[in-house]
Design a protein around this ligand. Sequence first.
Ligand SMILES: Cc1cc2nc3c(=O)[nH]c(=O)nc-3n(C[C@H](O)[C@H](O)[C@H](O)COP(=O)(O)O)c2cc1C
Length: 157
Amino acid sequence: MGRSLLIYVSVHHGNTEKVAKAIAVALEADSLRLPEVDVHMIRRYDLIGFGSGIYFGKHHRTLLDFVDGLPVLREKKAFVFSTSGLRRMRFVHDFSKPLLARLERRGFDIVGEFSCRGFDTFGATMLVGGIQRGRPDERDLDRAASFARTLKDHNDR
Ligand SMILES: Cc1cc2nc3c(=O)[nH]c(=O)nc-3n(C[C@H](O)[C@H](O)[C@H](O)COP(=O)(O)O)c2cc1C
């Protein structure tokens, strides 16, 4: 079986870190939080997951910049994951698109995408005590784990 690595950023409430942990267990993957990632380490892995909270309609700037700084890699699979206050909406809030476009430019073969809601107290949401309180919850983490098992089957082939 190929080796898997998760690279993530989780700065608002640690929401994405919970998802990263659930995925890491199910996928038996190593995981690293930016900026503690050495670009050269990536070469040792076959499948790499990139994740963060969604900030102004995109993954976190640090993650996008990290991908921009990667060399063009061949024969690597990638997947993306995120937590966000609001759900994905085609055209208006298509938040995985900027990260996916960057990964494709770096030669990754994209094999999956996972997203769920995350507790959000940014800006006006603070007036109502935040939105999506308690998320990600057990159900979200179970979904993340089953998403990871699908990837594992894929990577085992
Ligand atoms: C500065 C800021 C901007 C945000 N922008 C968005 C956004 O555009 N869309 C959205 O759905 N959620 C947005 N959120 C909510 C976060 O995506 C959500 O809370 C996420 O779960 C945070 O993940 P983290 O705790 O792993 O950093 C924003 C939060 C902050 C603090």
